[in-house]
Each structure stands twice: as structure tokens, then as C-alpha cells.
Write a protein that binds this ligand. Structure first.
Ligand code: OAD
Length: 243
């Protein structure tokens, strides 16, 4: 069983501002592969090799098909108890911000509403030439083309690209304001998301990490809860009276 500290119970009971950063690990129990680690590999490619504009321009079909592969998985899976627990937390707390690196839409499907999607959302696409947005295009192995002739790409943030400025600003504000910051299911390796928990801690937040294994962040955390987010989060919700 997971040991939830008295300190965490007190902070959550006091209804202080909470911010959460999630990564691919939160969706792992739904059956969405993470990016890193053996299970994260798709045809032996590392995410950095595929999730960038140069890779798309050099081999659009390869990159498009990687996203099609991820979309197919996502369309067949359901949110898990980790997603549902975070949606419950949002309903119970007066100030709650969910910051996610995930593009899979599962937080929204679980009922979360105040979500900052740092890396975009995989259901959307956009033309690389004119920027026109397209949602839920029919499945195809070939890269679709916009009416203007440009190739259509997923509307997600790739390595080397700027994050949406308004969203990252809101995320930093929430981290600054947070009394409790949870980092859940992320390897905490990709910037600028990875600096949010450290920044929150430097500003006085109580930092809680939930992960199946220690990460680069673990030594900074006030509390490291080792386990699956779909198992640890329901315990927190139950034991801290947030059900
Ligand atoms: P990673 O694949 O780097 O890390 C997933 C983390 O989840 C690892 O630390 C695992 O130990 C942990 N994990 C796995 N299963 C878990 C479970 N059931 N419960 C809790 N933790 C679990 O994924 P991210 O950190 O999300 O960016 O990767 C960050 C970014 O890198 C992604 O948004 C994506 C990627 O390349 C872009 O595409 C721009």
C-alpha cells in the first residue's frame, strides 16, 4: 500500500492551490505507449528522430504514419483511474491547474476541464504552408494535402519548435502559485516542461512525484510515491477526502 504523508494530507485538506504536470506515464495504463524505454520505441525510432519538422520534410510519410499509429491506439483506449482521479481533484479544489505534455486528449475525456496542453493535441492537424486547421481527418497512410497544396501535419509541438506562448505562460504562473505540485508519469527530461516542478519547488511548493521508477526529478521531490499513477492517485483521492 502507498504511504501518503501527513503533510500532503494537511496541504490538500487546506484547499491550497495545486498544480499538476503529467506525462506519457499517466496514459500507460490505458495502453498508450510511453516515448522512452523499450515499449516507447516504434520501428526502432527515438521520439526525437520523428517529432521534428526536418524529419517531416525529409520523410513526411514516415512521420505521418507514426502519428497515425498513435492516433489508432488512442482512438481505441479509455482514460484510466489516474485520469479520473485528477478530474475529481479538480472538482474538489478551488485552485487546480492540470498541465500536460500528453497530446492524447484522455484528460479531457476523463472530465478534466482546466487543462494546459503544452504539446498540442493529436486530434488536430494543420497545413505547414497556410496554417489552416483540420480536425479528425479520415485515416490515410498518405500525408493529406491542404487546398493550398501544402502538406498537412499533426498540430502538436515538435522538438525545436516554440510552445504556445499563452499556454506555457499560464503553466509557469500556476507553478509559481502552487502550494502543492505533482509531477506524474513523466521522465522530466524535455524542456521547458521539466523546469516547471523545479520552479514550483523553488517558489515554495511541496513537490510530490509519482512514477514507477525514480527520475532526474526524484532527488528534488519532497515526496516520491513509487508506483503506477492509476493506483497511487485513487489512494490519494480517497485518503485525502477528495472523492
Ligand atoms: P517519457 O516516455 O519520457 O516518460 C514516461 C515516464 O512515465 C517514465 O518516467 C516512466 O517511468 C513513467 N511511467 C510509465 N508508466 C507509468 C505509470 N503507469 N504510472 C506512472 N509513471 C509511469 O514521456 P514524457 O515524460 O511524457 O514530446 O515525455 C515528454 C515529451 O517527450 C513528450 O511530450 C513528447 C516526447 O518526445 C514531444 O513530442 C514534443
Amino acid at each position: 500500500m502507498y504511504e501518503i504523508s501527513e503533510k500532503l494530507r494537511e496541504l490538500l485538506a487546506a484547499d491550497l492551490p495545486v498544480a499538476v504536470l503529467t506525462g506519457a506515464g499517466v496514459s500507460a495504463e490505458s495502453g498508450v505507449p510511453t516515448f522512452r524505454g523499450d515499449e516507447g520505441l516504434w520501428k526502432q525510432f527515438q521520439p526525437e528522430e520523428l517529432a521534428n519538422v526536418d524529419a517531416f520534410l525529409a520523410n513526411p510519410e514516415l512521420v505521418w504514419n507514426w502519428y497515425q499509429y498513435r492516433r489508432n491506439i488512442i482512438s481505441q483506449v479509455e482514460p484510466n483511474q489516474g485520469h479520473f482521479s485528477l478530474a475529481k481533484m479538480e472538482k474538489r479544489l478551488s485552485s487546480f491547474t492540470l498541465i500536460t505534455q500528453n497530446v492524447d486528449d484522455l484528460h479531457r475525456r476523463a472530465g478534466s476541464r482546466n487543462i494546459l496542453e503544452l504539446h498540442g493535441n493529436i486530434v488536430r492537424n494543420k497545413c505547414i504552408k497556410c496554417g489552416r486547421q483540420y480536425e479528425n481527418l479520415p485515416e490515410s497512410e498518405e500525408v493529406p494535402q491542404c487546398e493550398c497544396g501544402g502538406l498537412i501535419r499533426p498540430d502538436v509541438v515538435w522538438f525545436g519548435e516554440m510552445l504556445p506562448q499563452d499556454i506555457i505562460q499560464k503553466a509557469f504562473l500556476a507553478a509559481e502559485k502552487a502550494s502543492v505540485f505533482f509531477s506524474i508519469g513523466t521522465s522530466a527530461l524535455v524542456q521547458p516542461a521539466a523546469s516547471l516542478p523545479v520552479m514550483a519547488k523553488n517558489r515554495g511548493a511541496y513537490l510530490v512525484e509519482i512514477n514507477v521508477e525514480p527520475t532526474v526529478l526524484s532527488s528534488h521531490a519532497d515526496e516520491f510515491l513509487q508506483g503506477k499513477s492509476g493506483e497511487v492517485l485513487p489512494v490519494i483521492i480517497r485518503e485525502c477526502g477528495l472523492e
